[in-house]
Design a protein around this ligand. Structure first.
Ligand code: ADP
Ligand code: MG
Length: 320
């Protein structure tokens, strides 16, 4: 079981940022309105995610860390509304790190904690917590030196965690996020309107001066903001793309965005954009890979054409 978990972990847990992504998605699935993230050593020594969500019943704690145990509905894979559904994240993390889960279900008289170390489960036992869930991950890949070796510097891993939180924060503006720890300066995103959250994450300049995009073709809609060509960047880091509310880093979508600006931007420059794509769930597979960053469209040409067309028209209307 532990070996299988470690193999599964290779899929889900690539680096500290992928752990933070899974844990924050769990907090969001639990209806949290406030999520606090603390990291140390670029997440390699510590990642702690605290939420005010529904919590986990003491009887469910052992299930939460068991493989393929999910409390989420699987009736229709396409219509999944929760971010997680595979029941893979916690057992995978527990197989390659020291994992602790402390939780108090809403209405429960007390909290409990369960520990997983190298796949060995210890607990649950009573613990102190007023509400919600605290998940702590220590010493990621400590017992898997081959994996540890492939991680980047603490600074780079800390930055990757920040990027994950920024992408999620745009998709969930009414949730308050804080990101702190010995490896960073504190960042807080207060609950805000969608546009204010975009301003907080991407920059007020961008929120104030970008072009609004809103177009639809067949069952696909694209909304959001496209940066002025003069706001271009040396890298593609400030491109935020969402499919049905989930952050993605899909090659087709990024290349479509690039193509839309091809006539107004030097080849080595990258536009800034925040784009929300809404599509019939049956016309897209967002779950190609457990890390869920890649997307497969039934009609990639339609999506590409819509993105390129919508942005080019908007740029042209603005005289650019
Ligand atoms: P999945 O999210 O795919 O269901 P995970 O391994 O990420 O699988 O989590 C396993 C289960 O543990 C979840 O289905 C959920 O019931 C529970 N869980 C995990 N994190 C939290 C949390 N922060 N709050 C409430 N429940 C949680
Ligand atoms: Mg999950």
């Amino acid at each position: 079981e532990t070996v299988i978990d470690q193999i599964a972990a290779g899929e889900v847990v690539e680096r500290p940022a992928s752990v933070v992504k899974e844990l924050v998605e769990n907090a969001l699935d639990a209806g949290a309105t406030r999520i606090d993230i603390v990291t140390a050593g670029g997440g390699k020594s510590l990642m702690r995610i605290t939420d005010d969500g529904t919590g986990i019943a003491v009887g469910d704690l052992p299930l939460a860390v068991r493989r393929h145990c999910t409390s989420k509905l699987l009736d229709d894979l396409h219509a999944i509304e929760t971010l997680g559904f595979r029941g893979e994240a916690l057992p995978s993390i527990g197989s390659v790190a020291k994992l602790s889960l402390r939780s108090r279900q809403a209405g429960a008289s007390d909290a409990h904690e369960i520990l997983v170390h190298a796949g060995q489960v210890d607990g649950p036992r009573p613990a102190a917590l007023s509400r919600g869930t605290v998940v702590e991950v220590r010493d990621l890949f400590h017992a898997v030196p081959a994996r540890l070796k492939f991680l980047k510097s603490e600074k780079a891993e800390a930055a990757a965690i920040t990027d994950v939180i920024r992408r999620i924060a745009i998709a969930f503006p009414d949730v308050r996020f804080s990101l702190a720890g010995s490896d960073r300066t504190e960042t807080v995103f207060e609950a805000a309107s969608p546009i204010r959250r975009i301003g907080a994450v991407v920059g007020q300049d961008f929120a104030d001066n970008s072009l609004a995009i809103d177009a639809a073709r067949e069952d696909v809609r694209i909304e959001g903001f496209a940066g002025l060509p003069s706001f271009s960047r040396g890298n593609a880091q400030f491109q935020y793309i969402y499919v049905n509310g989930r952050p993605v880093k899909d090659r087709l979508l990024l290349s479509a965005l690039r193509g839309a600006y091809a006539d107004v931007m030097a080849r080595d420059r990258h536009p800034i954009a925040v784009l929300f794509i809404t599509i019939d769930p049956r016309a897209v597979d967002i779950n190609v890979h457990p890390a869920k960053a890649d997307v497969r469209f039934r009609d990639p040409g339609l999506v590409r054409g819509l993105i390129v067309g919508a942005i080019r028209e908007t740029l042209a209307r603005a005289g650019l």
